[in-house]
Design a protein around this ligand. Structure first.
Ligand code: GLY
Ligand code: MN
Ligand code: MN
Length: 440
């Protein structure tokens, strides 16, 4: 913890430098960052789970306190206006005493609508950064989420500080504990619902604390890319298991996927092939490499695997160019990771916000940036039997290039995805997930 506290101090210095640069360019006195407000459910007196503004939690690991504010001038200690109402219905946040508290100036706000009393007088010179434009309006902000400021912050956010890297290693460590427990539960006969409970209990985080809805899928369900339905009953026959689940540490996310076969069979061999291929792609990462190019290379490698397993016929080039590999691997290779699972900034090629779209043939790719030092990305190739996509191949000239018998025999296993979280260093790649011993 002492180490983390030291790194945190440096982290704040870097964030302050970024703010100092952008406010001087934009002629601002500073940024006022709103943690957010609860969202009420329609026709109800209950709120949805609170999700904090990512620009707020970039500064401090407070993820569960709406109506709080940061006043940042790029020079001084951040000022934290910390919400502590008199409230006997809900848990009131404790007075901060963690490692970060001494690095910020804290004032307590007891009534959410009295925040104006704590904000600077010349509010027009400050930019509001947050979700609630109506609140910003009432407070008198004329500059709300300026594009230039958000682009600058989102672009630079891709470069993680040492504090952030330490948090993300820890988020991986926590998730890996859960993955190991979930794997054991799968081989012991648990249902999807039970496996998720085992996972959450092993990492000691609730469903609203993990960074995204965990995917726990048995058999055919593992071909549904965002499967979150969770069957309570165990399937009569247990064939395969895909788990895409992360953990949160100080607001930072891990995002890890593993695939398992219940028995040694061709699906197990296919997992081994995908696993080797994923590691090959990771070994190609270094500063200067285009992430979109890695995605394309993944398609060529996948084409070879599909040929090796007699799933398709033809040649590698043709299989990629005709979109046949895309029917088996429709999503992107991965994305930037950080305070958000899909961290902002993946499409920004410069700090002014120049957007580089995904290639037309690969619309779901979430990152087109060049890799650089201290970026964190996921690498998550997959292969799935998705009938709606394969049906399109049937209608096209490619029908004869697919071995439909092999597709039929793989369908009951669903699909495979293998996802690690990787740091790009100047002289090496750090695979946080594998370093913790989570192999296949
Ligand atoms: N779990 C979300 C993703 O892998 O992108
Ligand atoms: Mn991911
Ligand atoms: Mn994932």
């Amino acid at each position: 913890m002492e180490q983390l506290a030291r790194l945190y101090h440096d982290h704040l210095r870097v964030l302050n430098q970024r703010v100092s640069e952008i406010i001087s360019r934009e002629n601002l006195s500073g940024l006022i960052i709103h943690s957010g407000q609860p969202h009420r459910q329609f026709l109800d007196d209950m709120d949805y789970p609170f999700k904090v503004n990512p620009h707020f939690k970039a500064w401090l690991p407070v993820t569960d306190n709406p109506n709080s504010w940061l006043v940042i001038n790029g020079r001084d200690k951040p000022q934290l206006i910390f919400y502590r109402p008199v409230d006997f219905w809900h848990k009131v946040a404790d007075e901060p005493s963690d490692f970060w508290a001494e690095h910020v100036d804290i004032k307590f706000l007891t009534k959410a609508d009295k925040v104006a009393e704590y904000l600077p007088d010349n509010i027009d010179e400050w930019a509001y950064i947050g979700e609630h434009l109506d609140v910003a309006d009432v407070l008198g902000f004329s500059r709300r989420n300026p594009d230039s400021v958000l682009s600058y912050l989102n672009y630079h956010r891709a470069t993680k500080t040492e504090y952030e890297l330490a948090c993300m290693r820890k988020a991986n460590e926590i998730a890996v504990t859960g993955h190991q427990a979930a794997k054991a539960a799968f081989y012991n006969g648990a249902s999807e619902f039970e496996i998720l409970q085992v996972y959450l209990s092993a990492i000691s985080q609730g469903e609203n604390q993990v960074p995204y809805s965990s995917i726990v899928a048995l058999n055919e369900n593992s071909a549904i890319l965002h499967y979150t339905a969770l069957e309570h009953a165990s399937p009569a026959q247990r064939r395969s298991f895909l788990i895409d689940a992360g953990a949160n540490y100080n607001g930072y996310a891990s995002d890890i996927t593993r695939s398992y076969a219940f028995e040694k069979n061709i699906f197990d061999d296919l997992i081994t092939a995908m696993d080797n291929m994923q590691l090959q792609i990771i070994s190609m990462m270094k500063p200067g490499v285009s992430y979109a190019e890695l995605h394309i290379q993944t398609h060529y490698k996948l084409a070879q695997i599909l040929l090796d397993f007699d799933i398709v016929r033809g040649d590698v080039q043709g299989l990629v160019e005709q979109g046949i590999t895309r029917a088996f691997f429709p999503h992107g290779l991965g994305h930037m990771l950080g305070i958000q699972v899909h961290d902002m900034g993946g499409f920004l090629s410069d700090e002014n916000g120049t957007h580089v779209a995904a290639p037309e043939a690969h619309p779901f790719l979430r990152c087109t940036r060049e890799l650089d030092i201290n970026q964190v990305l996921t690498i998550e190739p997959g292969v799935y039997i998705i009938d709606s996509l394969l049906a399109e191949l049937k209608q096209e000239r490619c029908q004869s290039q697919v071995n439909w018998n092999m597709v039929d025999s793989l369908r009951p296993f669903g699909g495979i995805r293998i996802e690690d979280n990787v740091i790009v260093h100047g002289d090496r790649i750090e695979n946080m997930t594998r370093n913790l011993g989570l192999s296949r």
